[in-house]
Design a protein around this ligand. Structure first.
Ligand SMILES: Cc1cc2nc3c(=O)[nH]c(=O)nc-3n(C[C@H](O)[C@H](O)[C@H](O)COP(=O)(O)OP(=O)(O)OC[C@H]3O[C@@H](n4cnc5c(N)ncnc54)[C@H](O)[C@@H]3O)c2cc1C
Length: 375
């Protein structure tokens, strides 16, 4: 296994639990404290339930049962995750570092400080060039995230969107009703999406009375941290929220690989597909890649026979799920852009219709990863 991000840790842990001898090579000396992905959706929670990992995740997570779309203080529509007919009718939120710590539970300790620089898949083994020498393995799974793509694909370049966002996790104790434009309902189980003429501002509950704010960033020309902080402080102030955390900026890209395997080399997670975080499904896609691949690899290793038909089916369904998630993420990204008044008004009407009676349930289903083949 290459990569000790959430996806590599999950697959490593599931394989080890099934008795497969597995090693994880990781180039970083230490685990990441970054908080990127925060939402874990119902299909992932269901897929991990038997392993006990779901219980671990839910011990720390907040259960988000509804989402509200708002514009200029008015409610446009509500997404009711609690009304979905699924075993886990909510989105579980926790910082990515907490998710990785939970997923590491069954996984072997990663061999840190080892970077893989080349992969040569053969019919009966895979050869790896690493910073600690050349190795051979009967099977290799690449879960190295976006930058590792060049190890396996000829055209690894992702499509970049023009959009930039600012992000911060802030203390929001008892936030209900404070501030001039603060919505009436900023409770600990409700996600808020403000579709403002100046671009989207999202706010998601996190454990410990915190919230993640993500805002479309007008200052594309300045990546200066002080200027980013200033822009985010002004955005939050307009929502009655003081800025109490660090601010970071991020861009949005899209990539879906043409294939996920060659001989005994498989590719999963962000190495294989990258979708806009505006929609919050990237890590979930990768976790489902891992959860569905684990039994096939276990079968392959224990019987010595490649489960060719099942792997072909796995590859087709995972790529189909990635394409659908990328389309939904692209729609969310477009919906969150700044708009002049006439088009902003059309957007508000469109979102009212989208989330209204009839179609509202369909969108709740789609936002909760209900379009994934594993849902
Ligand atoms: C701002 C932001 C917010 C996000 N929010 C969400 C969200 O709410 N929900 C969601 O589902 N997703 C979200 N995502 C996406 C999510 O963070 C990624 O999908 C997820 O981290 C992918 O996991 P991964 O394990 O595939 O790759 P990564 O997390 O990138 O991990 C890959 C690991 O492999 C290691 N590695 C790379 N190359 C090599 C090499 N050559 N040799 C050895 N080791 C290597 C890296 O050091 C790294 O540790 C967000 C992303 C961003 C940027």
């Amino acid at each position: 296994m290459i990569g000790a991000g959430p996806v590599g840790l999950l697959l490593g842990g599931l394989l080890r639990r099934a008795g497969v001898d597995v090693e994880i090579l990781e180039q970083r000396e230490h685990g990441s404290a970054d908080s990127r992905a925060i939402g874990i959706h119902a299909p992932v929670l269901a897929a991990l339930e038997d392993s006990g990992l779901t219980a671990r995740l839910l011990e720390q997570a907040v259960q988000v049962t509804r989402g509200e779309a708002r514009a200029q203080g008015n409610l446009l529509g509500v997404v009711r995750f609690d009304r979905l007919s699924t075993r886990f009718p909510f989105v579980a939120t926790l910082p990515q570092s907490g998710t990785e710590a939970a997923l590491a539970h069954h996984a072997p300790a990663p061999q840190r400080g080892i970077a893989v620089s080349a992969l040569r898949p053969e019919s009966d083994h895979v050869e790896l060039d690493t910073s600690s020498g050349t190795r051979r393995a009967p099977l290799v799974v690449l879960a190295g995230g976006p930058r590792s793509r060049e190890l396996v694909y000829r055209s690894p370049v992702a499509h970049s969107y023009p959009d930039r966002y600012l992000m911060t996790d802030v203390e929001a104790p008892g936030a209900q009703g404070r501030g001039t434009q603060m919505p009436a309902r900023q409770d600990a189980h409700t996600a808020l999406v403000h579709l403002e003429p100046s671009g989207v501002v999202e706010s998601f509950p996190l454990p410990g009375g915190r919230r993640r704010f993500v805002a479309w960033d007008s200052g594309v020309t300045s990546e200066d941290p002080a200027s980013q902080r200033d822009r985010m402080a002004r955005t939050l102030a307009a929502h009655g929220q003081p800025l109490t955390g660090a601010v970071s900026g991020f861009g949005v890209r899209r990539f879906v690989a043409p294939a996920l395997r060659r001989h005994r080399l498989l590719v999963i997670g962000d190495a294989a597909h990258e979708v806009s975080p505006i929609g919050g499904q990237g890590m979930n896609l990768g976790l489902l890649d891992a959860a569905t691949l684990a039994p096939l690899l276990t079968d392959w290793v224990t019987t010595g026979t490649e489960p060719e038909a099942q792997l072909r089916h796995w590859e087709r369904t995972r790529l189909g799920s990635a394409r659908r998630a990328a389309q939904l993420a692209a729609l969310n990204t477009r919906l969150g852009r700044p708009l002049p008044p006439a088009r902003d008004s059309a957007r508000r009407n469109g979102v009212r219709l989208m989330l209204g009676p009839g179609s509202g349930r369909l969108f709740a289903h789609a936002y909760a990863m209900g379009l994934d083949a594993e849902a």
